[in-house]
Structures are given as structure tokens and as C-alpha cells.
Design a binder for this molecule. Structure first.
Ligand SMILES: Cc1cc2nc3c(=O)[nH]c(=O)nc-3n(C[C@H](O)[C@H](O)[C@H](O)COP(=O)(O)O)c2cc1C
Length: 411
């Protein structure tokens, strides 16, 4: 018989993120799945985000007592159950009714933080109140800076723990596979309209009774009555600010008293600028291959960034994480935490909160098993000596940085 991923409806029968992806593919109309799945232009960066993990191999230790294993860590002064969290994904309400609350609740139950996208369909105050747990808020630096200031004020009042500013979206990436589904902006072609009709389960969950979900955080930014997807997309496109600079980060730093994170750094020089700007953390990210096609993967630059800024701010990253082993490789290279994008979105799309919880559970189990098989009982002890990175041979500078670092940590 041919090998097949699980594609039924019981999320507990999913054994991997790929199973959840297959379930999501079947439950969602094509245009929704493509919105999650696709990358920019030739999707070179999207592929790189996955391929990079194949170039890193583990060097396990044998005959080590791994009876008790811990993957818990400290992030921004508090314990987290695992070295990963759910990152921001806009318009999650399109995948599942009240998608933002479902994701946030799954994260809270698992003891990991959740980053709410500012393009959510549930207001940030409601997400915090209904889900509990540690909620961070993602914002773009819109041209209307008063809106950003107001969102920061609302976040503070609601008990948001950290503000995450995404800086890789000065202009929109060109996601061609997504665009091909439309005759003109936001008008699906006939093929896709028929395809929607073939997904009654999704229609009754997401569209009934009010139609397409609306954006809930952007009310003050959008003209009256324009919180529909169409109104918002047009306005948000105009609101993206290509003149954004590090001065704007400093402006936000003065305004926001809690943890500030910059998402969209891809290299040591910008990581050092982030230190100078006084931020508390960075997320190395190419936006899941959805913005600049041809950009490096966050994993490509992680070692050099860690070598430059370790201890001065939290180094987080995202892009292509689908396995516990991927997460362990990032942690061994010095990452403080990994953000999940599509992995938990597949879970959400496959089965709401239970699906997102299943995605987290799969990854937590894989991290735990990976630690056991590596012969490392505490994730805090994981370092580069557990890895052999084939790519290093092509980048001698990194070999040096890596071994220098190992020498320091071994001492
Ligand atoms: C459907 C979707 C929506 C996204 N929306 C946002 C967003 O609103 N804000 C943001 O900063 N990043 C957004 N991202 C990027 C993710 O936060 C993250 O950088 C990326 O998904 C990581 O790659 P991965 O999906 O391969 O894990 C989105 C990604 C996806 C797949």
C-alpha cells in the first residue's frame, strides 16, 4: 500500500505537523490554505527555511542518564514550559471561528506565550481576558503613529507582556500563488468560488452567520465602516510605512515601558543596532518566506548573531520549524526561543483549539524525545558541541566563531 499522511478529522490521530497540515488542506477552501502556505515569488526562501535543517546533524552522547528530562526555560524572567511559543499570524479567524482565542487558549494551557497579530479578528482585550496566559502583542509601525501609540496604551491596560514590532514589511511581499486565486483584489475567481461551496464544514464554522470575519484591533486606524477585509486591506496597504527607521524603534522604546521585541532582523549588524536602540529581544525572521524572496533563513544567521549579542538581549527566531528536532538545533546554536507560524496554524485549521494544542503537544513530545536520544537531560546544557553543521565547512568564519564559543561555554 502507498504511504499516506493521516487526513481524517481526529486531531489525536495526527502524529506529526505534516499530518495536521494534510488535515488542514482538506478542511480549508483552497484560497485559505494558499494564504497560509505560500511564499513570495519563486519561494526560494520558503524552501531554504526547511532545507537549512537538513544541513545540521546531531552528535548524540551515549550512556548518559536521561531518566528525568527538562525542556523548560526562563524567558524575560519567567519560566516557560518549552523553548517555543506561538508567533503572530494575521487573520486566524479565517481558519477557524475565533481563531485568535483558540490559539491563545492552546498556548496558555501548554504554558507557552502567544503573540497576537494586530490583524486579528478578536480584540486584544478579549483575547487576554478569555485565554489568560502570557500574551504578547505584534504591531506594524503604521504611518498614523498615534494609532500605534494608542495600541500600545491599550496593550498596557490589558496586561500584554511584550510588544513585538514587525519590521520586515515596509512594502508587501509578492505572493503569486495567493494572487492567482483572485480576478482582482479580494474577488475570488470562479474556480475558487466553487471550491468554497465544496467546504460546508468550514463555511458553517467560519462564515455563519456574519460572513467573512472582520478585523477587531484596527478600528481606530480604519475609516468608519471599513473593518471588512476589503476596506482593511486597502487601508493597511496605504498605512505600511516605507520610511520606517531605527528612530521609530527608539520612539516606541520611550513610549512602551515593558518588554520590546523587534521581529524581522536578519544579521549581526542589525542585531547590534537593536541592542543600541534598547530593545529587549529580537526575532530573526524572513516572515516565513513571504516577504523578500532570496533572503537567508534565520537559522543561517543565528550563530553569528548569538556570538555578537548573547546576554544583551533575547535572541528568538522563526521560519520553517515543523519538528522538535528543528527546535533543538536552534537552541543548541544559542536561541532563547523559537516562534511557530504555520505549524500551529495547521493545527488550528485542522481542529481549532484542540488542533493547535495537538500541534504543541507533538512538538513538546518531539523535543522531549530528542533530548533523551541526544543524551542531554536538561535543555539548558544543549550547545553547539551536540551538532555537526555541514554548512560550516563552507563558511570558515562561522567555524571559528562556533569553536570559540564552545571553548567559552565549556570552560
Ligand atoms: C498565515 C500567516 C499570517 C501571518 N501574519 C503575520 C502577522 O500578522 N504579523 C507578523 O509579524 N507576521 C506574520 N506572519 C509571519 C509569522 O509570524 C512567522 O514569521 C512565519 O510564519 C514563520 O515561518 P513558518 O510559518 O514557516 O513557521 C504570518 C505568517 C503566516 C503563515
Amino acid at each position: 500500500m502507498k504511504r499516506r499522511l493521516y487526513s481524517g478529522r481526529d486531531v489525536n490521530r495526527a502524529h506529526s505537523i505534516d499530518d495536521l497540515r494534510e488535515m488542514a488542506r482538506r478542511r480549508l477552501p483552497n484560497f485559505c490554505f494558499e494564504y497560509i502556505e505560500g511564499g513570495a515569488e519563486d519561494e526560494t526562501t520558503l524552501r531554504r527555511n526547511r532545507n537549512v535543517f537538513d544541513e545540521i546533524a546531531f552528535l548524540p552522547r551515549t550512556l548518559v542518564n536521561v531518566e528525568h528530562r527538562s525542556q523548560s526555560r526562563t524567558l524575560f524572567g519567567q519560566r516557560v514550559a518549552s523553548p517555543f511559543m506561538i508567533g503572530p499570524t494575521g487573520y486566524s479567524g479565517l481558519m477557524y471561528r475565533e481563531g485568535d482565542v483558540q490559539l491563545a487558549s492552546a498556548a496558555a494551557a501548554a504554558g507557552i506565550p502567544f503573540v497576537l497579530s494586530n490583524a486579528s479578528t478578536i480584540a486584544l482585550e478579549d483575547v487576554v481576558q478569555r485565554a489568560g496566559g502570557r500574551v504578547w502583542m505584534q504591531v506594524y509601525m503604521y504611518r498614523t503613529r498615534e494609532f500605534v501609540a494608542k495600541l500600545a496604551q491599550r496593550s498596557l491596560a490589558a496586561g500584554i507582556e511584550a510588544l513585538v514590532v514587525t519590521t520586515d514589511s515596509a512594502v508587501f511581499g509578492k505572493r503569486e500563488w495567493d494572487l492567482r486565486n483572485y480576478i482582482k483584489p479580494l474577488m475570488l475567481d470562479w474556480r475558487n468560488r466553487f471550491d468554497v461551496l465544496g467546504h460546508p464544514r468550514w463555511m458553517s464554522n467560519v462564515l455563519w452567520p456574519s460572513g467573512m470575519p472582520r478585523f477587531a484591533n484596527l478600528g481606530d486606524l480604519l475609516p468608519p465602516g471599513q473593518t471588512s477585509v476589503k476596506g482593511a486591506t486597502i487601508t493597511l496597504g496605504q498605512q505600511l510605512d516605507p520610511s520606517l527607521s531605527w528612530d521609530d524603534i527608539r520612539w516606541l522604546r520611550d513610549l512602551w515601558p515593558k518588554r520590546l521585541v523587534v521581529k524581522g532582523v536578519l544579521g549581526a549588524p542589525d542585531a547590534l543596532r537593536a541592542v543600541e536602540a534598547g530593545v529587549d529581544g529580537i526575532v530573526l525572521s524572513n516572515h516565513g518566506g513571504r516577504q523578500l524572496d532570496g533572503a537567508v533563513s534565520a537559522m543561517d544567521v543565528l550563530p553569528e548573531v548569538v556570538d555578537q549579542v548573547r546576554g544583551r538581549l533575547a535572541v528568538m527566531l522563526d521560519g520553517g520549524f515543523r519538528r522538535g528536532s528543528d527546535i533543538l538545533k536552534a537552541v543548541a546554536l544559542g536561541a532563547d526561543a523559537v516562534l511557530l507560524g504555520r505549524a500551529t496554524t495547521y493545527g488550528l485549521s485542522a481542529g481549532g483549539q484542540r488542533g493547535a494544542a495537538r500541534a504543541i503537544q507533538i512538538l513538546q513530545t518531539e523535543v522531549d524525545r530528542g533530548l533523551g536520544l541526544l543524551g542531554c537531560s536538561d535543555i539548558a546544557a544543549l550547545d553547539r558541541s551536540y551538532l555537526r553543521w555541514h554548512a560550516l565547512s563552507a563558511a570558515p568564519a562561522l567555524v571559528y566563531a562556533g569553536s570559540a564559543h564552545d571553548a567559552v561555554t565549556a570552560a
